[in-house]
Design a protein around this ligand. Structure first.
Ligand code: NAD
Length: 326
């Protein structure tokens, strides 16, 4: 198990490709990888939430504005119930107002869109999040397009996606924002780094690619039709996996000394026990990488902290105030 935790403001480490491989055992010839630094998403997220809470206090004290986040859940999927409960709890903890809307699984697309239009008009709500996935009979694209783009704190509305691509101020999806913050805890500048994203989804891979380009990284985006992924991945100084396949990325996919960000959340059963693993085989990858995010405890908590940042940003923008410095 990797044992060194890297949190906010940690100094970047430069390593020669061979410095990760050291003779550690007492027996000559036993060569083992030295464990990578673990990028501690929980610690970084707690620090970011504390900064959001400070900004919320100032906003409320100086302008009487309490940022409000509405979380909309349709159905009773256990994972979605846990995610929405966590988001509500965290928003309240940083001093925001939480609005919860829970529709039954049988709710129609029309009912959901009507509800969103009602929340759009509520001046106490600055951020709207519809928990995905939605039941199969509801088209998520229609629902997302119904959200006021100024309150679209998930950043999935086509207007925000287009603004991101064209380099204009936008609400940006939270998971890609989280990945950039985690990567920058190791590399304060991503300029010139060879970065590779595995996955090209609308909610993670594509917006993340845009952010990496805007950070001046040299970018490869791989996906289900890419050939020879291990060879492509081994070029990357910064490797980000957003695939949804348990432990697909093995140690021989990783450039020695690389930084690895694991977005994947995969539930697997091992020895009769259910557990969550990422898209990266953590134990073996941490013997080759210089820094790596764990699952759980990496991208997940930072994603929620970035949602709170987005809600605060939306509250400022809707009140014609400058964006918070976060
Ligand atoms: P998705 O299914 O929408 O997209 C997966 C992407 O991976 C696709 O672009 C596909 O081309 C690519 N892919 C699939 N199989 C592949 C293969 N064998 N080789 C190469 N590429 C392949 O998934 P998503 O919504 O982008 O989520 C990806 C993972 O991240 C999931 O495990 C999800 O649960 C997780 N996730 C985590 C967070 C978080 O907060 N930590 C947020 C969003 C998603």
């Amino acid at each position: 198990m990797a044992d060194r935790h890297l949190s906010v403001g940690a100094a970047p480490r430069s390593r020669s490709p061979l410095s990760d491989v050291a003779s550690l055992g007492n027996s000559p010839g036993v060569v083992r990888g030295v464990a990578a630094d673990v990028i501690d998403g929980r610690v970084m997220a707690a620090a970011l939430r504390a900064r959001v809470a400070d900004e919320v206090r100032c906003l409320t004290a100086s302008h009487g504005i309490v940022p409000g986040l509405a979380v909309v859940l349709v159905g009773n999927a256990p994972a979605s119930e846990i995610y929405t409960a966590t988001k509500k709890k965290m928003s309240v903890q940083v001093g925001m107002r939480s609005f919860a809307e829970h529709l039954p699984p049988s709710a129609s697309e029309g009912e959901l869109i009507k509800l969103i239009e009602r929340i759009n008009r509520n001046r106490e709500v600055h951020g709207i999040l519809v928990q995905l996935p939605l039941p199969a009979h509801i088209d998520p694209r229609k629902v997302i397009t119904a959200i006021d783009p100024a309150k679209d704190v998930d950043g999935f509305h086509p207007l925000n996606a287009g603004r991101l691509v064209s380099g204009q101020a936008a609400l940006i999806p939270c998971t890609p924002l989280a990945c950039i913050r985690l990567a920058k805890s190791v590399h304060p500048s991503l300029a010139g780094l060879e970065a590779m994203v595995i996955g090209r989804s609308t909610i993670v891979g594509k917006p993340l690619a845009q952010l990496l380009l805007s950070e001046n990284a040299t970018l490869t985006v791989a996906h289900s039709r890419s050939s020879d992924l291990p060879t492509l991945a081994r070029r990357a100084d910064l490797l980000i996996a957003a695939v949804g396949r348990p432990e697909m990325v093995r140690k021989d996919w990783i450039k020695p000394g690389a930084t690895v960000i694991d977005v994947g959340i995969n539930r697997v059963t091992r020895e009769g026990e259910s557990q969550i693993v990422g898209d990266v085989a953590f134990e073996e990858a941490s013997g080759v990488a210089a820094a790596i995010t764990p699952v759980p405890g990496g991208v997940g908590p930072m994603t929620i902290a970035c949602l709170l940042v987005n809600t605060l940003r939306a509250a400022c923008a809707l009140s014609a105030l400058p964006p918070p410095k976060l």
